[in-house]
Design a protein around this ligand. Sequence first.
Ligand code: PSU
Ligand code: MN
Length: 313
Amino acid sequence: MSEVESGRMRVAEEVSSALAGGGAVVALESTILAHGLPPGRNRKVAASVEDAVRAAGAVPATIAVLDGRLRVGLDGADLDRVCDPDADLAKLSARDLGPALALGRDGATTIASTTLIANAAGIGVFGTGGLGGVHLPAPGQTASWDVSADLDVLGSTPVAVVCSGVKSVLDIAATIEVLETRSVPVLGYRTDTFPAFYRRESRFGVPWRVDTPASAASVVAAHRSRGPGSGVLVVNPVPAEHELDADLHDRLLAEGMARVAASDVRGGDVTPVLLEHFHTASGGASLDANEALVLDNVRVAAEIAVELAAQRP
Ligand code: PSU
Ligand code: MN
């Protein structure tokens, strides 16, 4: 089977063959590369996440918008482009896909837009780092009204997303409430606690726990057959040896929040600015944690995708 071009979407040959044969495919996002990790490091992570998916027996499909087309499965030159700071890729959330397609732009896709594109391509499992959520109010505000579109899209798109929870820069309690409202089951993967990205645990529990890829896959399949059309969130804590030290974490968080509050950074720029502060001020420890958790999440996503393919009637 060759590369599939239909309308505004181009699916790489390896991905379309795997999908046609009922094989395991894992979607990967590009915002984490273009806007979440520094140049150089991002390209290495782009390759290692794809390797980790393959090592677990699935086909990786990194998703982006290039030349005004939805691209599912990127080659090395495409990944170079996504990771090149001079290419200056826009951060495209779900609302931005129409404009980017019509205007022929390039862009990196967030969890929201990657989930939509994966679902349109027939991919049901997606592995990544951290989910967007409800932002905390600025000093003097009662609500930020900055709620990531990741939550709405998960509430209406039947894709299983594996991540390490949400960053402690967000309102974790409010994020969990919105996930409940949007009917998204949250499965703690070998944990009873909702993870906080750099830290294995937040103060909040998860409604359900699974301990194996097979059991996660069974839940995903059952949710798809009987559920309300929403996705499933599988939360997998950062590997213990890469967890950020608690005091360092709390200091960086306070500094980053103060920096954002004192600036006019808004909307989609908030997360990248906070991430940048963590990465520079932690002397790289937060980057190591970030890389380690993404690699672990895409491995778990691949194991779940393999189980789903095997459990297919
Ligand atoms: N959290 C991270 N790293 C990331 C992101 C979130 O720890 O790179 C990215 C993801 O692409 C996520 C997006 O979907 O940020 C959420 O952005 P916003 O809050 O603007 O919706
Ligand atoms: Mn936002």
